[in-house]
Each structure stands twice: as C-alpha cells, then as structure tokens.
Design a protein around this ligand. Structure first.
Ligand SMILES: [Zn+2]
Length: 283
C-alpha cells in the first residue's frame, strides 16, 4: 500500500487565491492501493464532459459515481473552482509510460492527477480556468516538488504518458495559440515555471536615510553602521584610525543607515569610498 497522503492539498490550493471546494472525505480518499507510492509527476487532463456537467455534478461523478472512482486528485471547473477530491492515489492516468520517472503503467500510484473541465472537442478554455490550472500546478510544485522529488519538467499531459490512447488536454487555449490542437506542454510548463519562480524584481530605489548619532564613549571618532534591520551584522567603530569591534548592539540601536560616519560633534557625515578603502582593519 502506498504511504504518501497529500494532506495539505486544500491549504495549497487556497494559496492560489481561487475558490476551493473540499469534497468531504478527501483526506482519506484513494484507489484501492492507498496513498501514493511516490509523487514523481503531475498530470493534466480534460474531463471530456459537456459544460452541462461542470462543477458539483462532475465532482460527484469523479468521487462517488465513476466505476473507477476516484478518477482525480483534484478538479478545476470552468468557473473556476478547485475541487479537492483525494489525498491518496487515484485512477486518473491508467496504462501508459514509462514517462521520465514514472514506470510503465504506474502513473496512478506515482503521480498526481488533475482533471480540468472541458469537452475536449473544441470548447475554448476560459482564461480564468487556465490561469487557475497554472496557479494550482505551480503551488503544488512549490509545496511538493523539491520535497518529494519532482521538477517542473515532470509535469505532463495525459497524451504524453499515453500517446496512443489519449489526446488530453486538447482544445483552444493559451498553450497552443488557441488552435484546435493538443496543448503545447512546453508552453504550459513554462507558464508554470514563470508562476512558480517569478522574475526577480528590480532593486527598489535607495531611500534617503536619517543618520542618528550614537551616544559615544571614550575617544571614538567614527562608527560603522551595520545595525539596521535591513543590514544586520557586526558593528565596528573606528577610533583614531583603528577599527575595533563594538562590544554590544547598544551602540547601533538607533541606527537607520549603513556606512562609516565621521564624528564631527555637530553632526555625523558619511565617509567617502576612498576614505573607507584607506582605513586599516584590525582583526
Ligand atoms: Zn486524461
């Protein structure tokens, strides 16, 4: 029996910001083999159902009425909502493979199955539904990918795993330039990658800082500020040209900037880079 139960499924789904429906019993629902043996891939499917079946009707079928129930771990309706179906292994993918880390005919016990509402015969995929699928897949990758051993490249379409039997997901979407074809899974995986690992934002402009002088004792004449929350670290002070370690954080408690200042008694001023470079360093 498999031992991996995805008990954080609903919590992960909610991180997408899309509505989540927890179908009662999902925490212990699985096919007869129990939990997943491994979580080494994430599969995408269309339901091949009419829009008339969308939502609760489809969810009920997948969890309770299908002969091969449960036929998905989760389901994204056209609205979209994310229905949480099963924390254990499901009968989503059937025969196929081997595909990357998934052995022959073993996707049901070794991968996650996401069903997505679409008739698969040309129905245009709603934009919000596509964005929901990308967001959910990305959140699942962030939660479980590194932890359980799969990467974004291990996300697959049913047609990649079972090319002679399956075409899903199929139909006009942003992943195939809205053509009547199968999804381009490289385009889909790239969308997930962008969602999961957003580009690094540019450095915010440096805001002017107010220098607060520190009550000094002895003969110190310069302080190095390394004490603000943005710049934690050891603090040194410079006395008569020698760098010394400040013994306690009390020296920099009110410091809001980083840099060496010259104590002019009136007001501290930042040293220039050239002056900093010329300072001796004492270990
Ligand atoms: Zn499928």
């Amino acid at each position: 029996m498999g031992t991996i139960w995805l008990t954080k499924l609903a919590e992960v789904a909610r991180r997408t910001g899309f509505p989540v429906v927890e179908v009662p019993g999902w925490q212990s629902r699985s096919r007869s083999s129990g939990g997943l043996d491994t979580f080494h891939g994430f599969s995408e499917h269309h339901t091949a159902e009419s829009p008339m079946m969308d939502g609760a009707q489809s969810s009920n079928y997948q969890c309770f009425n299908a002969s091969a129930k449960p036929i998905s771990n989760a389901y994204v309706s056209r609205v979209p909502k994310i229905y949480i179906h099963a924390a254990g292994a499901t009968n989503t993918s059937g025969a196929g493979g081997p595909w990357r880390k998934i052995p022959l005919n073993a996707a049901n016990s070794n991968s996650f199955g996401l069903e997505i509402g679409n008739n698969g015969t040309g129905e245009v995929w709603p934009v919000d539904q596509q964005l929901c699928v990308v967001a959910f897949t990305a959140e699942m990758y962030l939660e479980y990918g590194a932890a359980l051993g799969w990467s974004i490249d291990d996300i697959f379409a049913h047609f990649e795993y079972a090319p002679t039997r399956k075409i899903d997901p199929w139909g006009p979407s942003m992943f195939n330039d809205y053509l009547r074809t199968k999804w381009n899974m490289n385009t889909f995986r790239e969308a997930v990658r962008q969602k999961a690992i957003p580009p690094v934002p540019p450095e915010p402009p440096t805001t002017p800082v107010t220098l607060t002088w520190v009550a000094a004792t002895g003969d110190q004449d310069m302080l190095e500020f390394v004490g603000s929350k943005d710049h934690p670290g050891p603090t040194r002070w410079i006395s008569n040209g020698q760098v010394r370690t400040v013994p306690t954080e009390a020296y920099c408690r009110n410091i809001t900037a980083r840099g060496l200042v010259r104590n002019t008694l009136e007001k501290p001023t930042l040293l220039t880079d050239a002056e900093l470079a010329g300072l001796p360093v004492v270990a």
